[in-house]
Design a protein around this ligand. Structure first.
Ligand code: ATP
Ligand code: ZN
Length: 303
């Protein structure tokens, strides 16, 4: 019997999210936008799903891949950097893959980068031979060095990586960068990207075979629906018939104009636009003959 078929069937889905930190609030908001709501337990580590049988476990982000691997949680919201690091560490230890990213979630963007002291004249990876590189991502760094055919020493640190060059414990670092301000404050400059990261929904490599499978499929479909409508706006206006072609030319990035039934001479029009519709853009349309302009945000879609 396989491990999955011998495990007791479960009818509630369990999602691990970060308890506090950069990903905590956006993860909760996104899941709430998928129609989930919870009753929080007193110890605030477990949230019981009320609207659907989908519970949350609030944990440190580092623990999320392991919780999925052990089957304690079915899904997790975690940085791709963390997921990839732990996946590569498992592979190096000869363990089978136990989780995978299912969807990019569009927040928590950052880059795992090499950063060198300001005075270095960066000429490329070959320059790293024999150097000591401090990082909290030893598996990703080691795999990248191997890919580059460069032999360097990986110095694993759990925090404050950016001060290692100053302390003399490393020559350069490999760390997460978003604005670059922390690097600059430590007289370091980013020179090479190893991984473009964002928060992902991570799940098991094998499909579930009980009631949780349907819940997971529903959640993924709702997430897809949300990402499809993100930044989409419905633009509605009316115009005289002879102005319609000129107005359509002012909206090259929108879907073809849809005509709605209208009374009198004016035509009612609507179209779906991607991205922001600035005031300036609306005023331009108005000057070209659009009237009663209205922009509506799209909230949900199962298209
Ligand atoms: P925990 O207590 O859960 O272990 P942490 O200190 O490891 O928290 P955070 O600093 O909250 O975690 O970062 C969580 C994730 O946010 C990172 O793994 C990364 O995916 C993402 N992130 C986005 N921008 C940055 C950044 N500038 N520095 C660090 N992480 C970032
Ligand atoms: Zn962490």
């Amino acid at each position: 019997m396989s491990a999955s078929s011998s495990a007791p069937a479960r009818d509630r889905l369990r999602i691990a999210i970060q308890k506090s930190g950069r990903l905590a609030d956006p993860a909760r908001s996104l899941l709430a936008a998928c129609g989930l709501s919870w009753r929080q337990s007193r110890d605030k580590l477990f949230c019981f799903g009320e609207s659907l049988p989908v519970d949350l476990l609030l944990v440190r982000d580092d623990d999320i891949p392991g919780l999925i691997a052990d089957g304690v949680c079915d899904l997790g919201v975690v940085g791709l950097n963390e997921l990839d690091e732990q996946a590569k560490a498992r592979r190096r230890a000869g363990l089978a893959d136990a989780y995978q990213p299912l969807r990019g979630l569009g927040f928590g963007q950052c880059r795992l980068m090499l950063a060198v002291p300001d005075e270095w004249d960066w000429q490329g990876p070959a320059q790293l031979a024999g150097k000591r590189i401090a990082t909290s991502y030893p598996a990703i760094l080691a795999a990248w060095l191997q890919e580059q055919g460069v032999e360097a020493q990986v110095v694993e640190l759990s925090g404050s990586v950016e001060i290692a060059p100053k302390l003399g414990t490393a020559d350069l670092i490999c760390d997460l960068v978003s604005s670059g301000a922390t690097l600059a404050a430590n007289q370091l400059k980013p020179v090479q990207t190893l991984l473009d990261s964002e928060a992902v929904l991570a799940g098991p490599v094998h499909a579930l075979d009980d009631a949780r499978a349907g819940l997971m499929a529903m959640l993924l479909r709702r997430l897809d629906g949300l990402s499809k409508v993100q930044d989409r706006k419905l633009l509605m206006f009316s115009a005289a018939e002879e102005r319609v072609d000129a107005l359509a030319r002012l909206l090259p990035d929108a879907e073809p104009l849809l005509r709605l039934p209208a009374e009198g001479g004016a035509v009612r029009l609507q179209t779906m636009c991607n991205g922001a519709l600035s005031w300036q853009r609306l005023e331009e349309l108005e000057r070209a003959g659009a009237q009663e302009l209205m922009v509506l945000a799209v909230e949900k879609s199962l298209a």
